[in-house]
Design a protein around this ligand. Structure first.
Ligand SMILES: *Cc1c(COP(=O)(O)O)cnc(C)c1O
Length: 397
């Protein structure tokens, strides 16, 4: 699945460029850095590859989300509609700006159900945040229409879907802003890193400053001469991390071709089982194919299939029983467990989660299994995995 599986001379070369100058900071040190600006170069590469005007690197996908939310003006009292199925980082980011995460059901796309989004809109709703999970996409046509009709911000969490597209447009580039993660297990990696992409100059300018203590970066070579139009934090990426990402983004198309090829072979094998239904993909040609996600007839069958897959030495994500990705086991969110204190309104809003149930999401996620697709398999290994997967799932039916 992830870029770290194909890591080698290209990454070493880029990192070495930085090691040779000894300048690990992305800003300043204009003389000693000898023309090496890896973070700037990677931002340029992101703009070109994803056809957007602006890209801002950050230290992680989580800080990219926080930065994007701040730049989009989300804060205390605002409601952000997001899915019950995502990585914990999505709601962490909402909470970090003091806004309220409004969780709504997912459908068979494994992300926001447009009808559930419509039903959740209140006068406090400011933003809809689809999360393009497991390499594929939300129903972007429906979500764009809702956001337009209600004048809402559309922020795409594309952290798991770098390189995927919807009707030819890169995921992350469709809404007002989008975020990527380049953490160690993502499609392309910086080891740790993230990015915000946008076509909105104002949003970009705010991201640029917010992720570096509010520096406006207008002081030239002298950081001390920068102004501080607003608060910010240190969410910077280092030159070393950006260097790794630069080597990786050049390989993205190769990664996608391998993933799509392997995915097709595995899917064709599993499709021989009539009880297996596949995830609905609004634009199948845009799937980045990092996972093959499928539904089994019921929760028990899915649990047994995941067990059989693991017994056969295969990876299996049965999200229903996982405490990083699905509401059911987010006890710390349900309990509003924080080390400090939430703003009053937010604490009140979060209290509702103590008793909240999502039966429609349970019915989807309970039956769902995702099988990660590897970049490193040989042709023979892909076929072997496809056969083993099919046999394991069949044994549970
Ligand atoms: C990985 C991930 C993030 C956060 O990225 P990090 O770089 O690990 O901070 C956010 N959202 C989703 C959906 C993710 O999978």
């Amino acid at each position: 699945m992830p870029g770290f599986e194909l890591f080698g001379a290209e990454e070493r070369k880029e990192v070495n460029d930085v090691l040779e100058t000894g300048i690990y900071m992305r800003y300043g040190f204009d003389g000693p850095r000898k023309g090496i600006w890896k973070a700037k170069e990677l931002e340029q590469a992101l703009c070109e590859r994803f056809n957007v005007e602006y890209a801002q690197l950050t230290s992680s996908g989580t800080t990219a989300l926080t930065t994007a939310m701040a730049a989009l003006g989300l804060g205390a009292g605002d409601e952000v509609i997001m899915p019950t199925f995502t990585f914990v980082a999505s709601f962490e980011a909402v909470l970090s700006v003091g806004a309220t995460p409004v969780l709504v059901d997912v459908d068979d796309t494994m992300t926001l159900d447009p009808a559930a989004v419509r039903a959740a809109i209140t006068p406090r709703t400011k933003c809809v945040m689809p999360v393009h999970m497991c390499g594929s996409m939300a129903d972007m046509d429906a979500l764009m229409e809702i956001c337009k009709a209600h004048n809402l911000i559309l922020l795409e969490d594309a952290c798991q879907s770098t390189g995927a597209t919807h009707k030819g447009r890169a995921l992350g580039s469709i809404g007002h802003a989008g975020t990527f993660s380049f953490d160690f297990v993502k499609t392309i990696t910086c080891a740790e890193g993230g990015a915000i992409i946008t076509n909105d100059k104002d949003v970009y300018t705010k991201c640029d400053a917010y992720s570096d203590h509010g520096h406006d970066h207008l002081g030239g070579a002298d950081r001390g001469a920068d102004g501080h139009p607003h608060l910010g934090y240190n969410f910077r990426i280092s030159e070393l991390h950006a260097a790794v990402g630069l080597a990786q983004i050049r390989k993205l198309d190769r990664f996608l071709a391998i993933l799509r090829n392997n995915h097709e072979i595995v899917k064709a094998a599993l499709a021989t089982l009539p009880q297996v239904e596949f995830r609905r993909i609004p634009d199948p040609s845009g799937d980045s194919c990092t996972h093959l996600s499928f539904f089994l007839p019921d929760l028990e069958t899915a649990r047994n299939a995941a067990k059989a897959m693991k017994a056969a030495g295969l990876p299996a994500f049965h999200w229903f029983d996982n405490n990083w990705h699905y509401f059911r086991k987010w006890n710390h969110l349900q309990e509003g467990a924080t080390l400090t204190r939430f703003p009053e309104q937010l604490a009140k809003d979060l209290a509702a989660y103590q008793t909240k149930q999502f039966p429609a999401s349970d019915a989807i996620i309970g039956r769902c299994i995702s099988f990660p697709i590897s970049l490193a398999w040989t042709d023979a290994e892909v076929r072997e995995r496809a056969e083993k997967l099919t046999a394991a799932v069949k044994s549970a039916l």
